[in-house]
Design a protein around this ligand. Structure first.
Ligand code: UD1
Length: 450
C-alpha cells in the first residue's frame, strides 16, 4: 500500500492544531552539495520507534503521561493528531531544546479515528490494543506507512483474539470488541514482530489475568515502552527477553518518561561521518544500542568508540571496505539501517552482499542510488554492491523513511549537487535533520519547488 500524500484536505491544519511545532511549509526539495566532511556534534533525538508506542500508552490511563526527549518529526505530529481526535489532551513544552509532551486521556472516544491519518502511518495499528483495553472497542482503517512489504497484521489480530476480543476485517476496516474486557492469554508469536509485541503488551496491562508473550521481539524500543508502563504501575517481567509476562488488571497511574535515544539515527550518522571522512560526536549514543551493526560497522571501516556521554564516529585509518550483512530482529543487524549502510558500501573498496530478511520490498532505494552512479545488482532479497570511487550528484526521490536517509548520505558524499524530493518520507522519521547536518558543515538547503 502506498503511503498517502500529506496533501489530504485539512491535513495541514489538523497537524498544526495537534503539533504546533510542526512546520508544514519548510520546503519540498532538499539540495545537498556533497564532498564536505561532517565535523562537530550531531544531537541524537529521542527514538521515533519508541515514542510512538509510548504516546499510545497514554490511552491506558486517565492520569497524565509526560514524555521527554520527544523527536520533532512528522510521524509524531500525525499520531498526536490521531490521539487528539480520540479525545486525548496534548500539552507541548520545550526546555533547553528538549521537546516534552504531556498527554491526558481522562475521556477517550474510540469512534474518533481519522482514516486519513491512519492511512499515513503503520504505527496507528497500536491504537487497536490500547483502545480495546481501555474502551472495550476499536474500529480502525487498515494502517498505512512505508511501502516496504506486505506488512500484515495477522499476529496482532490473532493475539487480541486469544485475549478474548472479537475482531472482524471488512472493506478495509478492522472492528474489534471485547465488551466483557480482555483476559490474559498465552500467546506465541510466529515471528518476533515489533508492532505485535507492543500492541499485545499495551492490551495485556489492562486485561484480567496473566498474559505471556513468547517469541516476543527484543528491540530496545519495546523495553522502553515496558519501562514506562511499569512506571505507570503495570506488572511486566522479562524486559529485553523473548518472553514477556504481564500480570494485568491493575488501574494505571500517570508517569514521566524520558524517550530512549534513536539508535537508527545514531547508526545513520555514524555512516555519514565515515562516508564524508569527517568526525561526529553523537551524544547519548551507545554501542549496545546498535546490536550486530556495531561489529558490521567496524568491519566496514567505521571507527566508532564510546566516550563520556556518547559515541564518536569517523572513518578508520584503513578506509572503507565491503562487508556482507543480513538483516535480522534485534540484536541482529537492523533492517532500518540496511538502506543507510548500503549507501556507505557504495563507496567502500570491494564487494558487499546485503540480504534483507525482514521485509519483502526494502530495496527501493537501489534505483535511486544507481542514479548517483552506485554499482548495485539485486538478486531476489540480496543486493550485491561493488564500491565505486565516488558517487555523483543526481535528482532522486525518497520512497520510504530509511531510503530517504540513505539518499541524504549519498548526497553528502557525492561530487556535485544532489536534489531530493519526496521529503515527507525524510520528515516522518528524522527530527530537524537538515539543520543538524548544516551545523556540522554540510552544504544542505531546503527550498520550495520552482
Ligand atoms: C517496526 C518498526 C520499523 C522496523 C520494523 C522491524 C516501528 C514504528 N516500526 O515495524 O521501523 O523496520 O519494526 O524492525 O516501530 N509481520 C506479519 N504479521 C504481523 C506482523 C508482522 O507477517 O502481524 C511480518 C512483517 O510483514 C515483517 C516482519 O513480520 O515482515 C517484521 O515486522 P514487524 O516487526 O511487525 O515490523 P513493524 O512493527 O511494522
Amino acid at each position: 500500500m502506498m503511503e498517502q500524500d500529506i496533501e489530504v484536505p485539512g491535513m495541514k491544519s489538523r497537524l498544526a492544531a495537534a503539533a504546533p511545532w510542526w512546520q508544514p511549509t519548510n520546503g519540498s526539495l532538499l539540495a545537498i552539495r556533497g564532498g564536505r566532511p561532517l565535523v562537530g556534534t550531531y544531537p541524537i533525538s529521542g527514538a521515533k520507534n519508541a515514542v510512538l508506542p509510548l504516546m499510545v500508552s497514554a490511552l491506558l490511563t486517565p492520569h497524565l503521561v509526560t514524555l521527554r526527549n520527544v523527536p520533532a518529526n512528522l510521524d509524531v505530529a500525525v499520531l498526536a493528531a490521531l490521539l487528539q481526535r480520540l479525545g486525548c489532551g496534548l500539552h507541548w513544552s520545550t526546555r533547553g531544546g528538549d521537546l516534552a509532551l504531556t498527554l491526558s486521556a481522562d475521556r477517550v472516544h474510540p469512534a474518533g479515528i481519522d482514516a486519513d491519518l491512519v492511512a499515513r502511518m503503520r504505527a496507528s495499528v497500536l491504537l487497536l490494543g490500547a483502545l480495546l483495553a481501555r474502551c472495550g472497542e476499536a474500529r480502525l482503517p487498515m494502517p498505512g506507512g512505508d511501502a516496504i512489504g506486505l506488512r500484515a497484521i495477522d499476529f496482532h489480530i490473532a493475539g487480541l483474539r486469544a485475549m478474548g476480543a472479537t475482531v472482524t476485517q471488512e472493506g478495509g476496516l478492522i472492528s474489534a470488541t471485547a465488551p466483557a474486557g480482555l483476559r490474559g492469554a498465552d500467546i506465541l508469536l510466529p515471528q518476533p514482530s515489533v508492532g505485535a509485541t507492543e500492541n499485545l503488551l499495551l492490551a495485556a496491562v489492562l486485561a484480567n489475568g496473566t498474559t505471556t508473550i513468547r517469541n516476543a521481539a527484543r528491540e530496545p524500543e519495546i523495553a522502553d515502552l515496558a519501562t514506562c508502563l511499569v512506571a505507570m504501575g503495570a506488572r511486566i517481567t522479562g524486559l529485553g527477553t523473548h518472553r514477556l509476562t504481564v500480570t494485568g488488571g491493575t488501574a494505571l497511574a500517570g508517569a514521566v518518561h524520558h524517550v530512549m535515544p534513536d539508535r537508527i539515527e545514531l547508526g545513520t550518522l555514524a555512516c555519514a561521518a565515515a562516508m564524508t571522512d569527517g568526525e561526529l560526536r553523537l551524544p547519548h549514543g551507545r554501542l549496545d544500542l546498535l546490536g550486530a551493526a556495531a561489529d558490521s560497522f567496524a568491519g566496514a571501516g567505521i571507527d566508532l568508540h564510546e566516550t563520556d556521554g556518547g559515541l564518536v564516529a569517523r572513518r578508520a585509518a584503513g578506509g572503507l571496505r565491503g562487508i556482507d550483512i543480513t538483516t535480522q530482529p534485534f540484536p541482529g543487524f537492523a533492517t532500518d539501517l540496511q538502506a543507510p549502510t548500503m549507501a556507505l558500501l557504495t563507496v567502500a573498496a570491494g564487494a558487499s552482499a546485503i540480504s534483507e530478511s525482514i521485509f519483502e520490498q526494502r530495496f527501493r532505494h537501489v534505483d535511486e542510488l544507481r542514479k548517483m552512479g552506485a554499482d548495485i545488482a539485486v538478486h531476489g532479497r540480496t543486493a550485491r554492491v561493488r564500491g565505486v570511487d565516488r558517487l555523483r550528484g543526481a535528482a532522486v526521490t525518497c520512497t520510504d523513511v530509511r531510503a530517504a536517509a540513505a539518499l541524504v548520505l549519498g548526497g553528502l558524499a557525492a561530487a556535485g549537487e544532489t536534489v531530493l524530493d519526496g521529503l515527507d518520507h525524510l520528515d516522518r522519521g528524522y527530527d530537524r535533520m537538515t539543520e543538524k547536518l548544516a551545523a556540522c558543515g554540510a552544504a544542505i538547503v531546503r527550498s520550495d519547488r520552482p
